[in-house]
Design a protein around this ligand. Sequence first.
Ligand code: NOJ
Length: 539
Amino acid sequence: MTASERAARWKRAVVYQIYPKSFRDGNGDGVGDIRGVIEKLPYLKDLGVGVAWLSPIFASPMIDNGYDTSDYCAVNPLFGTMADAEELFEEAKKRDIRIVLDIALNHTSTQHPWFQDALAQGEKRDWYWWREGRCGAAPNNWRSIFGGPSWSQPDGDDQFYLHLFDKSQADLNWENPEVRSAIHAAMRFWLDKGVGGFRLDVVTVISKEPDLRDVIDPRPAPLYRHIAGGPRLHEFLREMRREVFSHYDCIAIGEAPGVDPARAAKLVDPADPMLDMIYHFDLVAMNPVVAGPWDRVAFKRIFSAWDKGIGANGWNSVVISNHDLGRISSRFGDGSPESAKMLLTLVLTQRATPFIYQGDELGMTNAPFESLDDIDDVWAKTTYRLAREKGRTEQQAFAATVAMTRDHARTPFQWSAALNAGFSEAETTWLRVNPNHTTLNAAAQEHDGASVRAFAKQLIALRDDPLWVFGAFEDLAPDDPDVFVYARTYEGRRAVVALNLRGEAKPRPDCVPALTPILPNAGTEIDTLAPWEARIVLV
Ligand code: NOJ
């Protein structure tokens, strides 16, 4: 297979993200695991996805659920054994599903032996970023993405170490060639076992200006913009390609906070590809549940901007949901099956590789968390603590925490109406199941032709037509605050997609041909778009 044939295969695939801890518990301990994923491979096959990306399965103290790695070449016993992982890779391959592993390579757990050695002033001290404090306080003004300072000083140490995330996640010093070789070796270890590639966690921040200067606006989101795309990022990624990816039939997906389309385009330029696709943050950062009314025009502009920046040269992915966000149907919709279908249509009809987060194909919704005890997310707990420190009442702090917590996406997968939603046979599960599993579950939707699951399957199948994969994208009504209308054009064929982004009926915009839709999700009136209607017409 030539490099361009391989690239085309990745472009055509639909990626399905599995959060192993919440997908299916195969050994009855209340926590999802690798055997659970193996058991559910037929479900993925039936859905029609070509790639399954697993959030981290490596050894970890699980403070950030695996994004705090303590051994890159070991399977977390919570998830199973190396033999389980190898069986998963084999079984998936038999079904033509490639397994992509998630690697948090910007930082390790502070429990990683590398950091423990650094802490003991050993040979690996320089594998992390250590700096003297300024007048007893942190060495610079950066704020951790999870809130609070991004520096901590271990007891008895006269220096601080950098952590862009939780204090249990120390940033690796990529300036040190030994660090880079160690990460390359870990990647090769898994690729040799037959994995199909990696999703590289926050890869755009691995290179930092070694002087770690203050930034003008140190708050978390601007921090990404200030420090992403550091001076040696291209060099590090080219080296990784040369040392690792170029030797395998694999994909490198970069999680890319803080870069705009122009900078991202360089990372996926086919003439000098560092990554195969990137996963930008402009859509991920939009959360009307936290930030107030949904600016639909701004939302639509993001799609045009990224398609213009990368669409025809290089490759985009489209990610509006993952394990870090509220459920799409609660964030942008009203939790109804119609809004879930409309949002799936949006994801699956772009010129980009679509990413479906587990459960979105059923229309799973945010959870009704009632107390802090229901919440596990380390970011959410920090948010609560900081809100209380700022003088917010318990109620206010809890409301802010429930709005933002990533646990909405992490409640167990809803397989059926049975005990624990069919996720686990244990008495209790690590996060409580959403009570709506009694009606909203995979089994109930299996034979229902009008279900979200059936709709998702049809949309995935639609992508067999290259029009949907490669067709040019054009926003036909960029200023319309209600309806997202775009055309996809390929070798003389044209389709128009009209998505009603509101839960009220809207008149059919003139640019939407009065033709009978394929795959209607709601409504039957040609001249009216029903609430949350997704209409696709072939012109
Ligand atoms: C991005 C991951 O998606 C998130 O879950 C994690 O907490 C941070 N990176 C830190 O690794």
